[in-house]
Design a protein around this ligand. Structure first.
Ligand code: CU
Length: 117
């Protein structure tokens, strides 16, 4: 009977291991946000980008952006939602900016925009 008990226990152990494996990257991500290298102190959560399209009515901004470390996203061109449409008022295609973006329930939302230094 020992063998049957072992057989029954193994899948549970496997499931637990899987759950930990699935949760680990999330924990690592959250942890990473608090341990940024000091090299870019002050602007560590800002990402470089170039404006491709401004849609003030929809509150959307198309950016060609550099790696976004906090979201684990490689460089690409994509559309972002802005937290406040007023942020788009002084932007135009071709502008070089630095921005702060959060993942708001799967919606990438820009919370801050600055002119590139
Ligand atoms: Cu992207």
């Amino acid at each position: 009977m020992k063998d049957i008990e072992t057989m029954n226990t193994t899948p549970k152990t496997l499931m637990a291991a899987l759950c930990i494996a699935l949760l680990a990257p999330l924990g690592a991500l959250a942890d990473d946000a608090h341990h940024k290298p000091a090299a870019t102190a002050g602007a560590s959560d800002m990402t470089d980008g170039e404006v491709r399209k401004v849609d003030i009515d929809a509150g959307k901004l198309t950016l060609k952006h550099a790696d976004i470390k906090s979201l684990d996203m490689p460089a690409m061109t994509m559309v972002f939602v802005v937290q406040d449409k007023a942020m788009l008022g002084k932007l135009k295609t071709g502008d070089k900016i630095r921005f702060k973006v959060i993942n708001d329930g799967g919606k990438f939302t820009i919370t801050e925009i600055q002119p590139a230094p």
